[in-house]
Design a protein around this ligand. Structure first.
Ligand code: GLN
Length: 494
């Protein structure tokens, strides 16, 4: 049997990656299969099976995803304070499996119940596995970014497989089977974690101290489990009625900011500055995700009606392409971009993290311009080229790569240890706001009328994409302009 290693031994690994990274890689890969598989089915399911109108489905989608990511903040918080990362992952996995099983059993009847389990489960799972990756490295280990980059590829292998497989199975066989597949794959994710967690040594154990009689405050843990179950009916109501989501979103952001500012008072001036820099990244990422996440909402509906079904002559399902193209490009180009950064750094020309974020927005702007330009390739029926659509995903991927894996890594660098889970949660909370705004933007673009022709839909959606391109351009310019200031706040962190 394998010896349990100390933290020092784990972090003193030789070679490029610690072996534990591979275990987390596979566990996250299968979790993302389940997550993106479900995400890619949501709007199409709501419109074609629950007979919702496009704008309602967009709002509902935004609300679901907002809750998913909002709960990552709560999941991060409870991991830091009570459960530790490992138990959080385990609990999150169990809830996700339960949610997918409910959906597999009867997605029409129990749609919101199944979703609510998955929402809370992801909240416990997603931020904490990312934070654990950061803990495999010593503070100044320069191999950390490469580790996150590899981990990010794992995310996208899962997203690619799940994103394509689930929607295709759903459309051609059955929705039950597609949700069932998500359940099976999530079980594989959890088993991978359970059987490899010994290798993590002390990483991710509960932070609760044992008292003088050798007892931990176990009941704190039980309260977290019970509390999260009690939340499920509340989430069900809130997701189903999107105005409740509005109230929730108006409240959670300000509350978490107040909390972070309160926590900041416990740290030194230098650490406070770093946390402020982290907040700047977080705020910009909200905008980024609001545009990017059109992919599960308006772009998904656009793909369902307005696209041809071949890419470079190969016949493919346009929704499958919408769900999977981005991931495929991430897998191919993440390592190449990594090499480019290394090459530029050797020439002392590597852009710093803030400028990379700015570049991310410029790519985003270009990509949305290309989504807009699909209208010039449409036939009289309003059906346009899947090739051009895929080209936009190719461009957007570079935007994502300039921002998302770097964001994960920078959160772990800029946060002091006791706040790492919470700050990772904050990073994903920004995605929650992004998703929420994405739903509103998508609903604004879609035509509520059932009778709208495909051409009218094409014009409405692409007009919206042009607006997004302009705003993304402005955000990119602002980010690059303020980069010297943010760099100062980051001090020695690169
Ligand atoms: N695609 C990435 C993932 O699933 C990032 C998602 C996000 O932060 N919005 O992890």
């Amino acid at each position: 049997m394998q010896e349990t290693q100390s933290l020092e031994q784990i972090q003193s690994f030789t070679g490029k990656y610690p072996k534990q990274l591979w275990y987390l890689f596979f566990s996250e890969m299968w979790e993302r299969f389940c997550f993106y598989g479900m995400r890619g089915m949501l709007t199409v399911f709501m419109v074609s099976q629950l007979m919702m109108k496009d704008d309602v489905a967009n709002l509902q989608y935004g609300a679901t995803q907002a809750f998913v990511y909002a709960f990552t903040f709560i999941g991060g918080l409870f991991a830091d304070k009570i459960l530790g990362f490992r138990k959080s992952l385990f609990w999150g996995g169990i809830l996700m499996i339960t949610g997918s099983c409910i959906l597999a059993f009867d997605p029409h009847q129990y749609f919101f119940l199944g979703l609510s389990f998955s929402i809370i489960g992801t909240g416990f799972f997603k931020p904490n596995i990312s934070t654990m990756v950061g803990t495999l490295y010593k503070t100044n280990d320069s191999r950390r970014d490469a580790g996150f980059s590899l981990f990010y590829s794992g995310i996208n292998v899962g997203a690619l497989l799940g994103g394509y497989a689930c929607i295709t199975i759903a459309k051609s066989y059955s929705w039950n089977l597609a949700f069932g597949l998500a359940a099976i794959v999530m079980t594989i994710s959890l088993l991978t974690f359970v059987f490899t967690q010994r290798s993590l040594g002390p990483i991710g154990l509960s932070p609760l101290k044992t008292d003088e009689n050798g007892n931990t405050k176990k009941w704190y843990e039980y309260w977290v489990y019970l509390g999260s179950l009690l939340l499920i009916p509340i989430i069900m109501v809130m997701v189903a009625k999107t105005e409740y989501t509005d109230y929730f979103m108006y409240t959670i952001g300000p509350c978490t900011l107040i909390y972070i500012f309160y926590e900041m008072t416990k740290f030194s001036k230098a650490e406070q500055k770093k946390l402020l820099a982290a907040l700047v990244f977080i705020v910009f990422s909200i905008l980024f995700w609001a545009f990017f996440e059109q992919s599960g909402g308006s772009l998904s509906l656009f793909a369902a009606g307005n696209l041809t079904d071949t890419v470079l002559g190969v016949k493919l399902d346009p929704n499958g392409v919408n769900n999977a193209a981005n991931s495929l490009f991430v897998i191919i180009f993440a390592p190449l971009l990594g090499l480019l950064w290394v090459w530029m750094s050797a020439k002392k020309a590597e852009p710093n993290t803030v400028v990379k974020f700015g570049l991310g927005f410029l790519f985003l702007a270009l990509a949305f311009y290309v989504f807009y330009s699909t209208r010039f390739f449409a036939n009289e029926q309003g059906v346009t080229s899947l090739d051009i659509f895929t080209l936009a995903y190719f461009i957007i991927t570079f935007g994502e790569l300039c921002l998302s894996p770097i964001g994960l890594s920078i959160m772990t660098k800029l946060s002091p240890k006791p706040l790492q889970g919470v700050m990772m949660g904050m990073w994903f909370l920004a995605s929650a706001y992004g998703q929420y705004v994405a739903g509103i933007l998508g609903a604004g673009m879609s035509l509520a009328s059932d009778n709208a022709s495909l051409t009218e839909k094409l014009i409405a959606y692409t007009d919206g994409y042009k607006q997004l391109a302009i705003y993304a351009l402005i955000a990119g310019i602002v980010m690059i302009a303020i980069s010297p200031m943010v760099k100062k706040l980051m001090q020695e962190v690169k």
